[in-house]
Design a protein around this ligand. Structure first.
Ligand code: GLC
Length: 543
């Protein structure tokens, strides 16, 4: 039996909220968010109106890559709480009608995982080493890495075992050794990791680096781009056909638990027709639509990516997802305030061009109106409902992203989008906890975005999100159908989905609107005398 797309399932139209546990809410007060913090904020999330929560990793980990370096896949790191805390969070979410998706990191383990420790303690050629990718170095004494691959985070993708000719592969940090997915033991272990969490009642999995687990035979040298995020990843370490066998196998594991569990692929491949291969009927159920995230503020390009996505995912019977931000990218409120709006810099620091904060926010509020008007499933990244920008002037000595350190600061990295959320404008650490501790510093302007300031304010970004989510639900837009409306101008997008018509003005000058009821507008002054202002959007309903 396979987990089919045919019957409309919850993931076909769900709005899924990403929680980055380190930075969401800190109940213990140690400066790092935790699972009890999530539980404390479940009412807030239910009130926002999202259907599911995806939590970035909270497993045992030395935190060399903020938890994407897992030392034990079956336990909660004490930083985040306990398995009992997880159970309480899960049942609290379920009681409020929200599903839970957890992150699975199968491409690599932490170097502190017991398997890797055993591998280092065992001789070359041993069963223990065969779970990873150990190879002899080149050169007379094996002093050169086995091939020329570079780590996504910068520097070589190989580390030599001290005093040996052997090296091990790590597409990311030295502390994240890649597993060998040709080894049946690895396959079996992960079947059981999935079963462990499915038994606990999780509704789905977000699969980390889903396009990276199988490497081309012989590990050939590669001189092309190594960047994981842009460029489509044609290299021998990405998007190999055999990777799909793994997802077919996992699809069968999911069906052991019924037909309402799902997987979402983090697969940075391009174009969407390639990404869609990860969501064929017997593989995963969703893939993040990173082409949408990467699209600049440009009407033609947005229209094109929307059409291509609906067509590509539709062709395999899978829902399209829409995503604007996550924990690996500068927040879209900041990107949209740059002189090349929507460009995706790898971090922003005090020496970079500073975004126009007001313009970025205005455009972000307009863009969510497009995103939530589209059929399919949408992903929101914690804080975007507050209109939150990145911390764009964080002093370097606070930076923790391995990308920053492995490139000697050449790549600024992802810390700016990972800053703890502001809950109360006038509290220590803006209410992230009661002690004022914070693992990354919060910029002063976060006071303006604090949830308590927005909850009481009808014109706030939070209220805009809440109302859009309610209207989307009421009109069934997630399972609706998109029809483009003839636009009068090349910088205006207009589409209808059932009873709702969206008009998004990406230009600077006002545009005339058709006669209709204004259901909701991106900013209070968006519609005046039948005209829609620049950098604004509106949902109209027929009178
Ligand atoms: C994914 C995660 C990212 C992590 C990387 C390595 O891209 O989203 O945060 O650093 O995988 O696990």
């Amino acid at each position: 039996m396979t987990q089919q797309h045919s019957r409309p399932q919850w993931w076909h139209h769900a709005v899924i909220y990403q929680i980055y546990p380190r930075s969401f809410m800190d109940a213990s007060g140690d400066g790092i968010g935790d699972l009890n913090g999530v539980t404390q904020r479940l009412d807030y999330l239910a009130n926002l109106g999202v259907d599911a929560l995806w939590l970035s990793p909270f497993y045992r980990s030395p935190q060399a890559d903020a938890g994407y370096d897992v030392a034990d896949y079956r336990d909660v790191d004490p930083l985040f709480g306990t398995l009992e805390d997880f159970n309480a969070m899960l049942s609290g979410a379920h009681e409020r009608g929200m599903r839970i998706i957890v992150d699975i990191v199968p491409n690599h383990t932490s170097s502190e995982h017991v398997w890797f420790q055993q591998a280092l303690a065992s001789p070359s050629g041993s069963q223990e080493r065969a779970r990873y990718i150990f190879r002899e170095g080149r050169g007379e004494n094996g002093e050169q890495p086995p091939n020329n691959w570079q780590s996504v985070f910068g520097g070589p993708a190989w580390t030599q075992v001290p005093g040996e000719r052997e090296w091990y592969l790590h597409l990311f940090d030295t502390s994240q050794p890649d597993l060998d997915w040709h080894n049946p033991e690895v396959l079996e272990e992960f079947d059981n990791v999935l079963r462990f969490w499915l038994k606990r009642g999780v509704d789905g999995f977000r699969i980390d680096v889903a396009h990276g687990m199988i490497k081309a035979p012989g590990l050939p040298d590669w001189d092309g781009s190594q960047a994981m995020i842009e460029g489509g990843n044609p290299g021998p370490m990405w998007d190999q056909d055999e990777v799909h066998d793994i997802y077919r196998r996992w699809n069968r594991v999911l069906t052991e638990f019924g037909h309402d569990r799902m997987m979402v692929a983090e697969a940075w491949v391009h174009p969407p027709s390639k990404t869609a291969r990860y969501v064929r009927f017997d593989e995963m159920q969703q893939a993040f639509n990173f082409d949408y995230l990467l699209t600049p503020w440009d009407a033609d390009r947005l229209k094109d990516v929307i059409d291509t996505s609906l067509e590509s995912y539709g062709a395999v019977g899978a829902p399209t997802t829409w995503v604007m931000s996550n924990h690996d990218s500068v927040r879209h409120a900041s990107r949209l305030g740059l002189s090349r709006p929507g460009a995706r810099p790898n971090g922003i620091d005090a020496d970079s061009e500073q975004p126009d904060e007001a313009l970025g926010l205005r455009r972000a509020r307009a863009l969510i109106m497009l995103t939530l008007a589209l059929p399919g499933s949408a992903y929101l990244y914690q804080g975007e409902e507050l209109g939150l920008p990145d911390h764009t002037t964080m002093p370097d000595h606070y930076r923790q992203d391995p990308t920053f350190h492995r490139t000697n600061g050449e790549q600024i990295g992802r810390d700016g989008c990972r800053v703890p959320l502001p809950w109360y404008a006038d509290a220590p650490a803006f209410g992230f906890n009661t002690t004022g501790e914070s693992w990354l510093p919060q910029p002063e302007n976060y006071a303006r975005y604090a949830a308590d300031r927005q909850l009481e304010n009808a014109d706030s970004t939070l209220e805009l999100y809440r109302r859009l989510l309610a209207l989307r639900h009421e009109h069934g837009l997630g399972h609706g159908e998109l029809v483009w409306q003839e636009g009068s101008r090349s910088d205006v997008l207009s589409l209808s989905n059932g009873a709702v018509t969206l008009v998004l003005n990406l230009g600077e000058t006002p545009v005339a609107l058709p006669e209709a009821e204004v259901a909701i507008q991106s900013v209070p002054e968006a519609v005046e005398e039948g005209q829609l202002a620049g950098n604004a959007a509106v949902w109209l309903t027929s009178r």
